[in-house]
Structures are given as structure tokens and as C-alpha cells.
Design a protein around this ligand. Structure first.
Ligand code: TRP
Length: 452
């Protein structure tokens, strides 16, 4: 058993603050920007069902595993895996989970900051009133002009990264916890207000609900399945050690299963509620639900532009997105920052700047994918941004997830496992079964189906 009760990086002050932090990591662009457009492209109900299935049967057991491994190891994911491999008397090669995770973290954060930067820019755009009464052609043109300007996109990406670095630099208590303590309640308040606004002003709430839950098999295909699984990993922040890093700061003595279930329910509710904000607006204004990544930046501004109170609520919407993004980006940075702090004599501030700087540099590739670098494409047509997104979400995260499940389910020492799951005797057997069999094989099957 590893006997640390505290991490050297600090601790969450309560179980609730861990839930805020982990839900803050989980709730992000994945819920508000990605989930609705994926649901739109992949046939609504069938996709949502596949997604919910992946969350419950694959995501939740792995979420529990990550929290468990983090809390047992009490260090950055890389070093935690070394320590846990040692106490479990298995190969130290398991630290590959930490290394792959750090790589995935860099890749995700790099493009995440670009999109988050767009959202911040759109707070000002909506506030300025320039979308009031705008028609579809103008809204699309204004988005194209914005992302086509390398200077603007890079400036916003840089601003967002600097914010992320500044929070990470202040440490777990004064940086991360203070941020989630205020932003998470604000986020829920904004979201509820927006759902009500959307329902009341459009009168199309039921249509939005129907779209999310009514299956359209025509649009669902085998690639929808891996998309649903990739989304389940992405939205729960799984497979790269972010939750493991946060778990290292979780106080002992509370149930991991209950905590994980709370986080998964919060995250799923936010995704569905975002759909219930967006689709009624889209339908009421006769717009296309399958607009892809532009759904949030083109379709929504048109909708807000047509509606009373659209300027205020449109601004609120992009504030919501920016808050959600910042509480996620700090978790993408944390595993690597914690590792640098443990490994070198650099303090947190320097570690955060170094790690964030690398992610920023890599992100320039994505920022320029929409303008100067639009021609830098692979034979399949993927630009730099698409490639980062695809490789990290559809390959690295599920692969990391399989390894985490196998390690927690099969290799971790029994003493450590029992010690962490003391509060979860009732659900232990079910968790173990899902983690040993269903989660790894589920991911594997989806991989295989996708390849053939
Ligand atoms: N879950 C976040 C979202 O839905 C993104 C995110 C934060 C993430 N940390 C992560 C994704 C770690 C994968 C791994 O927007």
C-alpha cells in the first residue's frame, strides 16, 4: 500500500471542492460546443443513446479507476504510476499511461485554447450588438473573416493560454480551487437561465427534446459509434490522467463511486441542457442542426440575432462557454505541471509557464489551420487542427482508457485497492467486473469495428 495522505502540491479543501474541480474539468467545450454538433451530424437520438451507453458502461468505471489511482498515488500521473507499479510488484512500464497522457494533454490543450479563444472573442462580438438582426450569410461571413485573420485568432489563443497558466501558477488551493469555487456555480446559473430563455422565447423546447432523443438511423453509421465513444472519453476528461492528477488532491474518507457518479451525472446533464439551449433556437429560426463545428459560432449568433433579449443572452451564452473552457484547460495542464514540479527545482509558476508555453506553441498549428495553414493537409484532407483532434480523442484517449482499466482492474495490489474502496463495498464487485471486462473490451471492439 502507498501510505501518503497528502500530496505535496496541496489538497482540495473538501469532497465538494473535488467534485467542483472534476466536474469543472469534465464540463467544457466538449459539452457545449462539441456534443450538440456531433449529435446533429450523427442523427440525434441514436447517437445520444450510444453516447449515454458509453458514459455508463465504459466512462464511469474508468472515471472511478482514475480517481482511485490518483488518490492512491498522491503524485503526478507519471510518478503515481511508478509508485503504484512498485507497490503492486508489476513492471514500471505502466508509467507509459502517464507519458501518453501528458502527450494527449498537450495535443488537446493546444487546440482547445484556440476554440476557447474564439468563444472569448465572441463574448465581445455578441456584446457589441453586431449580430442583432444578422442574416445567415452575414453571420457566416463574419465568422470566416474572424477565423481567417491569423493575428486575431492567435491573440485570443494567447490570452486564453495566459489565463490558464496564471491560474495553474497559483497552485491547487489558491489557483485551481478558487477558480472552480466561483465559476462552477456561475456556470450552472447561466445554463439554467439560458435553458429557460430558449424554451420561453422559442416555444420549441419539446422539439429540442425530441431531436435529442428521437433516433435517425440514416445519419448514424459505424463511424458514429467511435465518435460517441471518443466523445464519452473527451467529455469526462478520461484517458490522459487529468482526473488522476485531480484525484491525487482528493481527501480520503469519502466514497469514490458516489463521487464519480455525481461528476458523470453533472457532466451529462450539462451536455443535454446545452442541446436544449441550442436546438430550440436553431429550429425556431429555421436553421440547420447539422452545421458541424460552426454550429455554435454561426448558427447560434443568427438565432440570438433574431430574438428579443438576444444580445444579452447571447453574451451570457459565450461567457458560459468561456467559463466552462477555463475550468477544463487548467486540468489539461495539471498532470504535466505536477510532474515538472516533482522532477525539477522549478517552482509552480515556472513549471506552468514552461508546460503552457509548449502547448501554446503546438497550438499555433491549430490556430493557423483556418487561415495561413489551411493548405497544410494530410492526404485524407485533415488539417493540423483536425489531426490533433482526431489522434488525441479517437486514439490516445481510448488507448489510455484501456490501459488504465487493465491496470486498475487486474494489476493494482489488492491492499491498495481495498484501502481506496473501503467506502464502496456495495458497488465494488460491479465496478471490478465492468473495469476488468466490459470497459477494455468495449473500447477494443469499437476500435476494431472502426478499422474494418
Ligand atoms: N472534458 C473537457 C470538455 O468536455 C475537456 C477536457 C478537459 C479533457 N480535460 C481533459 C478531455 C482531459 C480529455 C482529457 O470540454
Amino acid at each position: 500500500m502507498v501510505h501518503q495522505t497528502e500530496s505535496k502540491h496541496g489538497m482540495w479543501s473538501s469532497r465538494l471542492m473535488f467534485i467542483f474541480a472534476a466536474a469543472g474539468s469534465a464540463v467544457g467545450l466538449g459539452n457545449i460546443w462539441r456534443f450538440p454538433y456531433l449529435a446533429g451530424e450523427n442523427g440525434g437520438g441514436v447517437f445520444v443513446l450510444a453516447y449515454l451507453g458509453c458514459i455508463a458502461l465504459i466512462g464511469l468505471p474508468i472515471l472511478i479507476s482514475e480517481i482511485l489511482l490518483g488518490r492512491a498515488g498522491r503524485q503526478s500521473p507519471i510518478n503515481a504510476m511508478v509508485a503504484l507499479a512498485d507497490v503492486s510488484k508489476v513492471s514500471r512500464n505502466w508509467q507509459v499511461i502517464g507519458w501518453m497522457g501528458a502527450l494527449a494533454g498537450f495535443m488537446i490543450l493546444s487546440f482547445y485554447a484556440v476554440i476557447a479563444g474564439w468563444a472569448m472573442a465572441y463574448v465581445l462580438e455578441m456584446m457589441s450588438g453586431r449580430f442583432v438582426g444578422v442574416d445567415p450569410v452575414q453571420a457566416a461571413a463574419s465568422f470566416e473573416t474572424f477565423i481567417g485573420d491569423p493575428f486575431q485568432v492567435v491573440a485570443w489563443q494567447t490570452g486564453f493560454m495566459m489565463l490558464t497558466i496564471a491560474i495553474a501558477a497559483r497552485g491547487v488551493g489558491r489557483g485551481l480551487e478558487v477558480t472552480v469555487r466561483y465559476l462552477m456555480p456561475a456556470l450552472f446559473f447561466l445554463l439554467v437561465a439560458l435553458v429557460i430563455y430558449s424554451a420561453v422565447t422559442t416555444g420549441r423546447f419539446v422539439e429540442g427534446l425530441a431531436f435529442l432523443f428521437q433516433p435517425d438511423f440514416e445519419r448514424f453509421n459505424s463511424s458514429s459509434l467511435i465518435t460517441a465513444m471518443g466523445q464519452a472519453f473527451f467529455t469526462l476528461s478520461l484517458g490522459m490522467g487529468a482526473i488522476m492528477a485531480y484525484g491525487a488532491y482528493m481527501p480520503k474518507g469519502s466514497s469514490i463511486v458516489g463521487t464519480a457518479a455525481t461528476i458523470a451525472i453533472l457532466d451529462t446533464s450539462v451536455a443535454l441542457m446545452s442541446g436544449l439551449v441550442i436546438f430550440p433556437l436553431v429550429f425556431a429560426n429555421g436553421l440547420e442542426s447539422s452545421a458541424g463545428p460552426g454550429l455554435m459560432f454561426i448558427t447560434l449568433p443568427i438565432a440570438f440575432g433574431q430574438m428579443t433579449g438576444g444580445q444579452v443572452f447571447g453574451t451570457a451564452f459565450f461567457v458560459l462557454v468561456s467559463f466552462a473552457a477555463i475550468t477544463s484547460s487548467i486540468s489539461l495542464l495539471e498532470p504535466a505541471v505536477a510532474w515538472v514540479v516533482e522532477k525539477t527545482s522549478l517552482g509552480r509558476a515556472k513549471a506552468a509557464s514552461l508546460v503552457g508555453g509548449i502547448a501554446w506553441l503546438l497550438g499555433l498549428g491549430s490556430a493557423l489551420s483556418f487561415n495561413l495553414g489551411a493548405d497544410w493537409t494530410l492526404p485524407n484532407g485533415f488539417n493540423f487542427f483536425d489531426t490533433m483532434d482526431y489522434v488525441s480523442n479517437n486514439i490516445l484517449l481510448p488507448l489510455g482508457g484501456i490501459l488504465i482499466a487493465v491496470f486498475a482492474g487486474w494489476r493494482l495490489s489488492d491492499a491498495t485497492l481495498q484501502d481506496q474502496m473501503r467506502e464502496d463495498q456495495g458497488s465494488f464487485a460491479l465496478w471490478r467486473f465492468l473495469t476488468r471486462f466490459l470497459a477494455p473490451f468495449g473500447v477494443l471492439i469499437v476500435f476494431i469495428v472502426t478499422i474494418f
